[in-house]
Design a protein around this ligand. Structure first.
Ligand code: PGA
Length: 250
């Protein structure tokens, strides 16, 4: 089954509303003729509405960087699915390693957030990935598969088919050290096999798996040539319209 590539820019804690609007205004004409890739930008919470307005009528979709599982209430600092839907977000990055490492995000929390997002019609982009220590100890596949299995608990196979997973080895994020294509493929393949084991073949063949970690215009083509890599989650290079457009238009 041919899976449609999905390339998302994770802006992290960068870009004010003005910066973000300027960036997507530069980006839109550079990617407007691309009909083969799902293109997503994920601004900070404060810039979501402004950027959402600026991309109306383009082929760029809006994603958030987190969402809470409750509908509303006493959850200081959190954002609800209704709030994301109001500004037109259709994707949400969840369980990024920076959330897990700096803000105590757990597998259980990622699962609750993913289920709430999906139920609200927002496609979760569920992140997983191992630290350098785990990579060097050799048990990185088990680690990543266990993160994925936990994040997918309670979903049906038909639902899993519509999700996006982002495999991001922590040692490759923002370091300029991209995983080799073989390393990316090895883990993305293992994730797909784990999805087949937990759900079924259809879910495994349909779920889209991105690679993330220092993706650049120079590395995207070879990454996308890997049979189990269906896209990229791009940090640093997504902050530059030209670079991100070259990645999208690989
Ligand atoms: P990077 O970030 O492209 O700057 O390495 C990727 C990410 O963390 O999503």
């Amino acid at each position: 089954m041919a899976r449609r590539p999905i390339i998302a820019g994770n802006w992290k804690m960068n870009n004010t509303i003005a910066d973000g609007v300027k960036l997507v205004k530069e980006l839109a004409p550079l990617v407007k003729d691309n009909k083969t890739v799902d293109i997503v930008v994920c601004p900070t919470a404060t810039a979501l509405a402004g950027v959402g307005e600026a991309i109306k009528g383009t082929n760029i979709a809006l994603g958030a960087q987190n969402v809470h599982w409750e509908k509303s209430g006493a959850y200081t600092g959190e954002i609800s699915t209704d709030m994301l839907k109001e500004v037109g977000a259709t994707y949400c990055v969840l369980g990024h390693s920076e959330r897990r490492d700096y803000f105590g995000e757990t597998d259980e929390g990622v699962n609750k957030r993913a289920r709430a997002a999906f139920a609200a019609g927002i496609t979760p982009i569920i992140c997983c990935g191992e630290s350098l220590q785990i990579r060097e100890a050799g048990n990185y596949i088990n680690h990543v598969v266990s993160q994925v299995n936990a994040a997918l608990d309670g979903f049906t196979a038909a639902e899993v088919a519509k999700l996006v997973i982002a495999y991001e080895p922590i040692w490759a994020i923002g370091t300029g050290k991209t995983a080799t294509f073989e390393q990316a493929e090895e883990v993305c393949k293992a994730i797909r096999e784990a999805v087949e084991k937990k759900f079924d073949k259809n879910a495994a063949e349909a779920i889209r798996i991105q690679y993330g970690g220092s993706v650049k215009p120079a590395t995207i083509k070879d990454l996308m040539a890997q049979p189990n890599v269906d896209g990229a989650l791009v940090g640093g290079a997504a902050l530059n319209a030209k670079d991100f457009s070259e990645i999208v238009n690989f």
